[in-house]
Design a protein around this ligand. Structure first.
Ligand code: NCD
Length: 312
């Protein structure tokens, strides 16, 4: 969701979710990401965010997302402050809102927030004047990941209109899947979620979403296949398979990929559980877009930071 401030008022724009974004808003961000990719390569736009101080507050582990936000902010000339949560007053029990208000008072103008609680970025947007970017909140949303996934699929497939995208694995616990459902549908794709029943049952009956409970049905004719990390830290409870059971029935490999459309690419948001969600041959082979997803993280986050600060 982009909350747009009336013209003249500053810094009331946030990117909290892709749910509610229109097709045009998403396409604008993807096109801006393409522009930012060239800008980064040509070292232009180096002062676009010079007036901004961008805070990174990652209350949950992250490599790709944190590093790419930092590189994106630096490529556009912003000052970057990383609230290493480990070494901050957070460990002394300071509340989230108190910490964020402290950051704001020290001059942070835009904040990139990852938090284990769904909704934390909304709380931040309500309680401070900083522009907030959601870098993943609980099981709820991960808008910049969905944008970079859409950009990567668009590069590989062209328009996503009418394309069938299979999202396979631990869909129930995945904020990446949830955000992708919204963005891909907004871009006109059809979605099929596939996985053990406990991980996909909740999606049946959703408009524009098919549900499959075998790998063959899940992959059948898919134009692209995204598999997801099994969320060991979130998956618990009845009906949830062990990693061994999961990989026996659901691990993607070249043989299983033969059910998908010829040459269909494979995506994974990372980090992967090696050999569980897909074989390392597939992850490192010609169908894999996993490295490209990581590369696309920087230009997408440049586009997002430029948007929330009102610079683009
Ligand atoms: C994802 C996340 O943190 O939501 N990783 C990422 O941002 N690339 C997916 C995951 O943790 O499995």
């Amino acid at each position: 969701m982009i909350l747009d401030a009336p013209r003249g008022t500053e810094r009331a724009r946030h990117i909290l979710d892709v749910e509610g974004m229109t097709r045009d808003e998403i396409l604008r961000l993807l096109d801006l990401a393409d522009t930012m990719r060239s800008a980064r390569a040509e070292r232009t736009h180096r002062t676009l965010l010079e007036p901004e101080t961008i805070g990174l507050a990652f209350y949950e582990g992250s490599t790709r997302t944190r590093v790419s936000f930092e590189l994106a902010a630096r490529a556009l000339g912003a000052t970057v402050v990383d609230l290493g949560v480990e070494g901050s007053s957070v460990g002394k029990g300071e509340s989230l809102v108190d910490t964020l208000r402290t950051l704001e008072r020290t001059g942070v103008t835009a904040l990139v927030l990852r938090h284990a609680s769904s909704g934390a970025p909304y709380l931040a947007a309500r309680s401070t004047g900083m522009a907030i970017v959601n870098a993943g909140d609980g099981m709820h949303a991960h808008p910049t990941q969905a944008l970079l996934d859409a950009l990567t699929m668009r590069e590989a497939l062209g328009s996503l209109e009418g394309r069938l995208i299979a999202i396979v694995g631990d869909v129930a616990h995945s904020r990446v899947a949830r955000s992708n459902l919204h963005s891909l549908r907004a871009l006109g794709a059809r979605i099929r979620v596939g996985g053990p029943p406990a991980w996909v049952a909740g999606f049946s009956g959703r408009d524009g979403v098919e549900v499959a409970t075998s790998i063959e049905d899940a992959l059948d004719g898919a134009d692209a296949v995204m598999t997801l990390r099994v969320q060991l830290e979130r998956a618990a409870g009845a009906g949830v398979p062990s990693l061994r059971e999961y990989s026996r029935s659901w691990r993607l490999d070249e043989r299983r990929m033969a059910h998908a459309a010829p040459g269909a690419p494979v995506l994974h948001p990372g980090p992967t559980n090696e050999g569980v969600e897909l074989t390392s041959d597939l992850a490192n082979g010609p169908r894999s877009l996993i490295a490209r997803q990581v590369e696309n993280g920087v230009p997408v986050r440049m586009a997002v930071l430029a948007t929330v600060t009102g610079a683009a």
